[in-house]
Design a protein around this ligand. Structure first.
Ligand code: HEC
Length: 220
């Protein structure tokens, strides 16, 4: 900035030596000028890209966000639910009762349904399996405890409830499997509606059934 030779104060007597020294200083403290900042504009493709992104984004939101209505997706969810609801009757057929039986019941009642004498009662030829469907649904949903006689043999154990583990469809499927297929058992089919009805009516029941309770319900 300072390209003028330094003015020496005329009042101060200066020798030649001093003025050359000052000239040297001038050279050392010489500063390059501040760079000049221009208002730079970004690359054009960037502006074009921004505009395109904005337009595409706005179009996408307008198209898919249901006017930003909080209930916009409820219709979609309900349609889905209805579909699975309609599939209910078909689902009973597709849920395999044999598969539910193998995974849930075989450990105690055995694959052939004969049980283990003295510990787990047989399901084959059992009047509890072949008799009143309501009683069977109750046993499977809420379990069974206390004394019971099956095929002439007495048992006094505990069968766990299945209501929290098996859906209505699975319960219906396994019941129909043990009633109509297992070990040559032949009894009528049970509808999923009966399972739904008993599940709803007994949803507050926490403990397994006893035989006297079930017999009283059968008579009523
Ligand atoms: C943890 C062992 C166990 C499992 C698993 C089990 N049960 Fe039982 N079940 C028993 C016992 C024990 C009894 C007898 C309860 C008593 O003595 O009061 C019984 C009784 C029954 C009875 C009435 C008596 C009879 O023999 O007819 C039925 C029906 C029955 N179970 C069906 C099922 C079905 C269906 C499943 C599978 C979803 C199942 N059980 C899973 C232990 C089990």
């Amino acid at each position: 900035m300072n390209d003028q030779p330094r003015q020496t104060d005329p009042a101060i007597p200066t020798g030649n030596n001093e003025s050359t020294e000052l000239d040297l200083h001038d050279q050392v403290i010489y500063e390059t000028p501040e760079p000049f900042e221009d208002i730079a504009s970004g690359p054009r493709w960037f502006y074009l890209f921004s505009v395109v992104a904005l337009v595409v984004g706005a179009f996408y939101l307008g198209r898919h966000m249901g006017n930003l209505d909080t209930e916009a997706h409820i219709g979609f969810l309900q349609a889905q639910k209805q579909q699975s609801g309609q599939g209910g009757a078909a689902a009973v057929k597709t849920v395999s009762g044999a598969a539910v039986f193998t995974s849930r019941c075989v450990s105690c009642h055995q694959a052939n349904g004969q049980g283990i004498p003295g510990a787990f009662p047989p399901l084959v030829k059992s009047t509890y399996v072949l008799g009143d469907p309501q009683t069977l649904v109750r046993i499977v949903l809420q379990g069974l405890q206390g004394e019971i006689k099956v095929e002439g043999q007495a048992y006094n154990g505990l069968m766990p409830p299945w209501q929290d583990q098996l859906s209505d469809e699975e319960t219906t499927a396994v019941i129909n499997y043990i009633r109509t297929e297992l070990g040559g058992n032949q009894a009528g089919q049970v509808d999923v509606e009966l399972v739904q009805k008993i599940r709803a009516a007994e949803k507050d029941r926490q403990k397994p059934w006893t035989v006297p309770e079930l017999e009283a319900l059968e008579k009523s």
